[in-house]
Design a protein around this ligand. Structure first.
Ligand code: PGA
Length: 249
C-alpha cells in the first residue's frame, strides 16, 4: 500500500509576505486526518520561514541541491544543509534544471547520491520533450534517465525515494498528459524498477507532474500507478493546492 503524496514546487516565486499569506490560507484547508503526505518546496531563502509555519502531514522540500556535500562552491547549497534546515524531500533533475542549467544524467545521478547520503528523500524528475513523444521515444527517454541513476547508485538507493514523471511538454503549458498517457508511462516505470527489485517497485511512489490542477487531479490520481502529483503553478494557490491534496486521498 503506497501513501499518496502531493508536492508543491513553488519554483522561483514568492516573498516573505506572500509565502506567509499562502500558508495561512492553506493550513486550515488541509485535513489533518488525511492519509496523504504533502510537501512544499519553496526557494532556498524561505525554507526556514516555511519550516517554522508547517507541521503535521505537511513537510518541507527543496528544489535542488549541489552534487558535493561541502566545499568551495560559491552560490551553491548542499544536501546536509537542506537536512539541517528541516527538509524531508529534495527535487533532483527537474526538467528546468536539465534544460536551462544543463544538468546531465551524470550530474543528476551524483545529486541523487548526495540526497540519499544526506538522509533526504530524492524526488527524481524524468520526462520526455514534445519531439521525443511525437517520435515515440517517451518510454525510452524516461527509462534511460532512471537507469543512469540506478547504474550510479544501485537499486537500493530507491528504497526511500520518489520518481516524478513530468513530460516536459506538459510543464507550465496548461497541457496535461491524459490519465491514460500518464498511467502508461508510470506502469512502465514500475515494471522497469521491478526488473531490479520487485518490493521496491511495489512501494515506490510515482508522481505525475505537468499542469496538474484542481479539475484534472482526480482522474490522474485514479490511475493505478499514479500515486500523487508534483504541482507547480497550482501549488501557489491555496484553494487549488488543497483541492489537489484532497483528490489524492
Ligand atoms: P506545473 O509545473 O504544474 O506548473 O506544470 C510542474 C513542475 O514543473 O513541477
Amino acid at each position: 500500500m503506497r501513501t499518496p503524496l502531493v508536492i508543491g514546487n513553488w519554483k522561483m516565486h514568492g516573498t516573505s509576505a506572500s509565502n506567509h499569506q499562502l500558508l495561512e490560507q492553506l493550513l486550515p484547508l488541509l485535513k489533518p486526518d488525511t492519509q496523504v503526505a504533502i510537501a512544499v518546496c519553496p526557494p532556498y531563502p524561505y525554507l526556514s520561514q516555511v519550516k517554522a509555519m508547517i507541521g503535521g502531514n505537511l513537510a518541507l522540500g527543496a528544489q535542488n541541491l549541489n552534487m558535493q556535500e561541502k566545499g568551495a562552491h560559491t552560490g551553491e547549497v548542499s544536501g546536509p544543509m537542506l537536512k539541517d534546515t528541516g527538509c524531508r524531500y529534495v527535487l533532483v533533475g527537474h526538467s528546468e534544471r536539465r534544460e536551462i542549467y544543463g544538468e546531465s544524467d551524470l550530474i543528476i545521478a551524483e545529486k541523487f547520491a548526495v540526497a540519499v547520503a544526506s538522509e533526504l528523500i530524492p524526488v527524481l524528475c524524468v520526462g520526455e520533450t514534445l519531439k521525443q513523444r511525437k517520435t515515440g521515444q517517451s518510454i525510452e527517454v524516461v527509462s534511460s534517465q532512471i537507469k543512469s541513476v540506478i547504474q550510479r547508485n544501485g537499486i537500493q538507493s530507491f528504497a526511500n525515494a520518489v520518481i516524478a514523471y513530468e513530460p516536459v511538454w506538459a510543464i507550465g503549458t496548461g497541457e496535461t498528459a491524459t490519465p491514460a498517457q500518464a498511467q502508461e508511462v508510470h506502469q512502465k516505470i514500475r515494471e522497469l524498477i521491478g526488473e531490479y527489485d520487485i518490493s521496491i517497485a511495489e512501494t515506490l511512489p510515482l508522481l505525475y507532474g505537468g499542469s496538474v490542477n484542481a479539475s484534472n487531479a482526480t482522474s490522474l490520481f485514479n490511475q493505478p500507478d499514479v500515486d500523487g502529483g508534483l504541482v507547480g503553478g497550482a501549488s501557489l494557490n491555496a484553494e487549488s493546492f488543497a483541492a489537489i491534496c484532497q483528490a489524492a486521498s
